[in-house]
Design a protein around this ligand. Structure first.
Ligand code: GRF
Length: 193
């Protein structure tokens, strides 16, 4: 099958690593053909380079507008025959250029049970609200902020004693297992069509 995927990330890249590990272990039947980062000093870039994965660092401010930025990224994806775009901590809304070219083929992972706590610092929002249950959502990307159709969710309990770092650790443990699994399910479904 060997589906070609691009991971878009702006941060440390622990989900990126989990995806590449799943590919290497054979539980995710895909090729990570490209990492796209919009932050020149994102930790994920070094992770990709260590693993010899093609990396494109593309900062929106060096383009005239979002459409020009996304056209450049789109060209990088098309040049590698990328079929799916996997957002993993990509801190930017996706615009029409990419949405139209990859309709229903862009997915995101978010560290809350959407529609609760969309946007930035979902973990901090959950801790501040003292919720007892939070979780992880994988969803298709649309033009809103964490609003696309939900594909999968997993809940986890938190206690009053849990600090934000404790909650982040719990969330990450779920993310690193759930995301590769959900990506594999999508690829399998697509294959069966
Ligand atoms: C994850 O919590 C993900 O849910 C959110 O951004 C974070 C990225 O973390 N969208 P990492 O860079 O993969 O470690």
């Amino acid at each position: 099958m060997n589906n070609k995927i691009a991971v878009f990330a702006s941060g440390t890249g622990t989900n990126f690593d989990a995806i590449v590990n799943a590919v290497n272990e054979g539980t995710l039947d895909a090729e990570v053909s490209l990492l796209v980062s919009d932050k020149i000093n994102a930790g994920v870039i070094e992770k990709a380079q260590k693993r010899d994965i093609d990396t494109v660092v593309c900062t929106p401010k060096s383009f005239t507008d979002k459409a020009a930025y996304e056209s450049a990224v789109l060209a990088d994806c098309r040049a590698r025959n990328v079929e799916w775009i996997i957002l993993a901590g990509y801190m930017r809304l996706i615009g029409p250029t990419l949405l139209e070219s990859y309709a229903n083929r862009i997915i995101n992972i978010h560290p809350s049970l959407l529609p609760a706590f969309p946007g930035k610092d979902a973990i901090g929002q959950a801790v501040d609200k003292k919720v007892k249950v939070t979780g992880v959502t994988v969803h298709f990307v649309d033009d809103g902020m964490d609003t696309g159709p939900i594909i999968a969710q997993e809940a986890l309990s938190i206690t009053e004693e849990d600090t934000k770092d404790d909650v982040r650790r719990k969330i990450q443990a779920v993310e690193h297992r759930l995301y590769p699994h959900v990506i594999q399910s999508l690829l399998t479904k697509e294959e069966a069509k």
